[in-house]
Write a protein that binds this ligand. Structure first.
Ligand code: NAP
Length: 313
């Protein structure tokens, strides 16, 4: 039996594993996709110690660090389909049917990109509609694209897309963007970004692939924007499906409720990163890593029988 099962291969999961390994806990680190949301960041300018680093490079550094502890960390790339309470701990069932047991669990499953739910979105998904502007913008060199949303992901995505695309429509339902001022300055300085504000996209249009979006109100005289690609960046929902199987409590916004030690209401179950109610819902590399380290410390104390007792106070 492992001391700790860490589910999720993003900033929080890798950091938790670095700490549990240094506590000499027998760690099982598993997730379906390496790097998580961190891999989608084109430029990271707020990871302390690196003035600028690409998201995939940062995540590769995290991974190398987590895997530098020899036998203490068992690493597996796999979908986890089940988690259940067993005598003395927890059992994971992987996609292959293989099972793994551990005395404690840290969920670091992150979040899942939101969908708009409009006609044409599903039909053209992968045919011009995608959910990661920074990952896919480079396929649209010299083309016209739209990024939908007004948060950090959309605004950063528009700035990155504008480096290669001919024209970028940044479509947001409000008058004001709510991204970091750094990214707002970046998009405002790009002459090839057109701000389509106070507008909603109501339909994605196309034939074999996307060729336009329909707006709820006309922009520059038309309610259709002709384009080649659409990046939907309207935020993410916490990936709480697995912890809910253990009857972990959620907060009012649907995030996994954690205490100051990253403990959930279920003894022995901890969580870190974008799925939790921690860090004031501020989803960043730094907060995910911070929560991962706190969760690992709580696991250590829990297994020692002192400090965090597991379950919320
Ligand atoms: P977000 O902050 O939740 O922003 C989502 C945006 O999409 C908002 O502008 C929202 O509009 C809009 N939106 C939501 N539902 C919509 C709908 N149905 N139709 C049209 N528009 C809709 O999500 P995010 O930008 O993905 O960021 C998520 C987290 O990751 C944040 O904590 C963010 O700070 C972090 N992040 C950070 C960085 C960075 O630090 N550089 C980069 C990427 C992400 P309203 O404004 O009207 O609510």
């Amino acid at each position: 039996m492992f001391d700790v099962l860490i589910i999720g291969l993003g900033s929080a999961g890798y950091t938790a594993a670095i700490y549990t390994a240094r506590y000499k806990l027998k760690t099982y680190l598993v997730g379906a996709e390496e790097g998580g949301m961190g891999n989608t960041a084109a430029e990271v300018g707020n990871w302390p110690g690196n003035i600028e680093i690409k998201g995939p490079d940062l995540m590769e550094n995290f991974k190398k660090h987590a895997l530098s502890f020899g036998d203490l960390v068992t690493y597996k790339i796999s979908f986890v389909k089940e988690v259940a309470l067993i005598d003395g701990g927890f059992r994971l069932t992987l996609g292959s049917g293989e099972t793994v047991d551990g005395r404690t669990v840290i969920f670091t499953t992150g979040s899942v990109k939101r969908k708009l739910g409009i006609p044409g979105e599903k039909e053209f998904s992968g045919k011009g509609v995608t959910y990661c502007a920074t990952c896919d913008a480079f396929f649209y060199r010299g083309k016209t694209v739209a990024v939908i949303g007004g948060g950090d992901s959309a605004v950063e995505g528009a700035a990155i897309a504008a480096q290669v695309a001919k024209t970028v429509y940044l479509i947001h339902r409000r008058k004001d963007l709510r991204a970091e001022p750094y990214w707002i300055d970046q998009v405002k300085s790009r002459l090839n970004i057109k701000f389509v504000l106070e507008r909603n996209v109501v339909q994605v249009l196309g034939d074999q692939k996307v060729n336009a979006v329909k707006l709820d109100k006309p922009f520059e005289g038309s309610d259709e924007l002709k384009l080649d690609g659409v990046f939907i960046e309207i935020g993410s929902d916490p990936a709480v499906e697995l912890p809910q199987k253990l009857v972990c409590e959620l907060d009012k916004m649907g995030f996994l409720k954690v205490d100051a030690g990253q403990g959930t209401n279920v003894p022995g179950v901890f969580a870190a990163g974008d799925l939790t109610s921690g860090s004031n819902h501020f989803a960043q590399f730094a907060t995910a890593a911070g929560e991962g380290s706190v969760a690992a410390n709580s696991v250590f104390n829990y297994l020692q029988g002192n400090g965090h007792k597991g379950g919320m106070a």
